[in-house]
Every structure is written in structure tokens, then in C-alpha cells.
Design a protein around this ligand. Structure first.
Ligand code: FAD
Length: 313
């Protein structure tokens, strides 16, 4: 029995989500192997080989993997799938793009967004926006799994000494083609990897006020900025900042919710944060039900005061 983790990487380094997925794979029992499918991705393969608990890295290289096109990565996974009892992907945008293709081709049910490994064939996963946890048992020969990374501690990035094996790279499937990408540049930490997140809701009232109020707080705390769906839908914040059931799932050390009511769909994305602070002028707002610290106040006075206090420290 061996588990294969599909690495998320940028050809030079391994993304943090891979480390959490390695921990989930180790809990399945058996050896943990990591597939690095990339273009000139030797450095990423080397980084994967240093992850604690990894027994082997399989490195498939070729221009067809340069942009992580799901069709090509899935074909590479399928080329080596026969050796594995478990194939695990982080439940990120790219993991969720590749995993269903692999599961369909193997004719097995995908086990999505697991939060716990009970045994080699039994897993826990949230349902109904995190309001219930389902325990699912799979009788499929190969378990194709996506992992909710916030539910598993990251494996140590160093300390391992796995061998790197070169695998024959599958050819370009020709089913999709990379055209271009526009990546928003930001000095802020990435939302899903940030230790601190300050999040704004509909109460902010406009994109200008969202910027004016939330940015100084984020700057002071070295935080990433998040938003509720209502704030995103109203155009106060860009789409990629949305936290929640249909946005990003986060679990930072500190989550500061400003003017967010705490609808279950928002809580589904942040309630596992270590410390939750809520600022809301309605003492009955549901966000206070999950908050460790709550302040009933107008955010337009409370947040600037908080920023001034932080400046004074
Ligand atoms: P509101 O619910 O309008 O709350 C605003 C809050 O601000 C209120 O509590 C109010 O008391 C407070 N407030 C107002 N003025 C001030 C002030 N001056 N100072 C302090 N507090 C103030 N939502 C998400 O966030 N993420 C998701 O991923 C998501 N997915 C969804 C998926 C589905 C299928 C559905 C149906 C809904 C989803 N939603 C999601 C929407 C969700 O149900 C809520 O509508 C949304 O979270 C509300 O956003 P909000 O808290 O910013 O706005």
C-alpha cells in the first residue's frame, strides 16, 4: 500500500498545500510518494524530496506541464496510478481541477475535501456548509482524495531525504492550450497561507471605504485581506478575496471580521481559525457565536482606533 501526493508547485518550490497533503497521505498508512509534474522542475522535485515523511519523489518533466494544464497532469497521474492505493490532491483550485479527471478515468468515486483520515478506507468530510461531518467509507481499490489543507498540519519542509526518480513524461494530450495569465501582484501574504487575515463585509459600503478602512489594519498586522461574498458581490472587493463556502477556506492564527454578520456560508470558510475577532455593531450578529473576542461597535470608529493603538505599540 502506498499513497501518491500530487505536488502543487511553481517548478522552483513546493507550495504549502503540498505539505498538508503529505500529512493526510501519511495518515492513510504505507509509504508516501510525491509526483512533481512540471517544466524544468528539478528544484521543486528536490524540495519535495526534503519533506519529512516522503519516501520517494517521482519527477516527470516536459513543456506540456509548464502551466499545470489539468488534462496533461491527469494523464501523467494516470500513467503511474497503478502503483498506488491512494492518490491525494490538495483541495485547491488546481487539485480540484485534476482529481475528478483521474477518478473518472479510474472509474472510482472521488472522496472530496477530507478533514480526517479514520483508517485507510474511511474518511471524514464536511457537508451542508460544514454544519455536519460525514464519515465515508470507500470500497474502491484506489481512493482518489482531495484534502482540505487547513484540517491537517503541514509536514516539515526539511528533514526528509527521499530519492528522486525520473518518470517518462506523457505527451501533450492536445486537449487544452495555455494562452496567457494575468496574475495580480501583491506584497500581501496569500489568503490561504496567511497567518493573519482581516476581512471586511457589506458594512464597508463601497470599494473606497473598504480600501480606506481595511488596508491600514492589514498593513499594521502584516495581514492578508479577505471579504464576505456580499462585499465581493457589491464590488467592494475583488472575487479572489472571498472567504467562505464558495470562496477560500482559511484557518489563520488570527481572523478579524469587520462588519460581517457571520452567515453559515461565511463561517464555513473561516470558523477553524485559531483566534477569531469580530467587530459588529449588532450584538446579536451570529459572528459573535464563533468569535473568541467580540467588539460591539461601529467599525468606522473601532477599526481606525485599533490601527492607532497598534501604531502606539
Ligand atoms: P450582511 O449579512 O449584510 O452583514 C453585514 C453586517 O455588518 C451585519 O451584521 C451588520 O450588523 C454589520 N454592520 C453594518 N454596519 C456596520 C458598522 N458600521 N459597523 C459594524 N458593523 C456593521 N458568503 C460568504 O461570505 N462567503 C461565501 O463563500 C458564501 N457562499 C454562499 C453560497 C451560497 C450557496 C449562498 C446561498 C450564500 C453564500 N454566501 C457566502 C452569502 C451569505 O449567505 C451571506 O449573504 C453573506 O456572507 C453576508 O455577507 P456580510 O456578512 O458581509 O453581509
Amino acid at each position: 500500500m502506498a499513497a501518491l501526493v500530487i505536488a502543487e508547485h511553481d517548478n522552483a518550490s513546493i507550495k504549502a498545500a503540498t505539505l498538508n497533503t503529505v500529512t493526510a497521505a501519511a495518515a492513510c498508512g504505507g509509504d508516501v510518494h510525491v509526483l512533481v509534474a512540471g517544466a524544468n522542475a528539478g528544484e521543486a522535485a528536490k524540495a519535495a524530496s526534503q519533506v519529512a515523511g516522503v519516501a520517494k519523489v517521482i519527477h516527470a518533466d516536459g513543456e506540456q506541464f509548464a502551466h499545470g494544464l489539468a488534462e496533461n497532469v491527469a494523464a501523467q497521474v494516470l500513467a503511474i496510478a497503478g502503483n498506488y492505493s491512494h492518490i491525494l490532491f490538495p483541495a485547491t483550485a488546481s487539485g480540484k481541477n485534476v482529481a475528478p479527471r483521474v477518478a473518472a478515468k479510474l472509474d472510482v468515486a472521488q472522496i472530496s475535501d477530507i478533514t480526517k483520515v479514520d483508517s485507510a478506507d474511511t474518511f471524514e468530510r464536511p457537508i451542508y456548509a460544514g454544519n455536519a461531518i460525514a464519515t465515508v467509507q470507500s470500497s474502491d481499490a484506489v481512493k482518489v482524495i482531495t484534502v482540505r489543507t487547513t484540517a491537517f498540519d503541514p509536514a516539515a519542509a526539511t528533514g526528509g531525504s527521499a530519492g528522486v526518480e525520473t518518470a517518462g513524461a506523457v505527451g501533450d494530450t492536445g486537449k487544452s492550450k495555455f494562452e496567457s495569465c494575468e496574475i495580480a501582484k501583491s506584497d500581501r501574504p496569500e489568503l490561504t497561507a496567511a497567518k493573519i487575515i482581516v476581512s471586511g463585509g457589506r458594512a464597508l459600503g463601497s470599494s473606497e471605504k473598504f480600501q480606506d478602512v481595511m488596508t491600514p489594519l492589514a498593513d499594521k498586522l502584516g495581514a492578508a485581506i479577505g471579504a464576505s461574498r456580499a462585499a465581493v458581490d457589491a464590488g467592494y472587493a475583488p472575487n479572489d478575496l472571498q472567504v467562505g463556502q464558495t470562496g477560500k477556506i482559511v484557518a489563520p492564527q488570527l481572523y478579524v471580521a469587520c462588519g460581517i454578520s457571520g452567515a453559515i456560508q461565511h463561517l464555513a470558510g473561516m470558523k477553524d481559525s485559531k483566534v477569531i475577532v469580530a467587530i459588529n455593531k449588532d450584538a446579536e450578529a451570529p459572528i459573535f457565536g464563533v468569535a473568541d473576542y467580540g467588539l460591539v461597535d461601529d467599525l468606522f470608529t473601532a477599526v481606525p482606533e485599533l490601527v492607532s493603538s497598534l501604531e502606539a505599540t
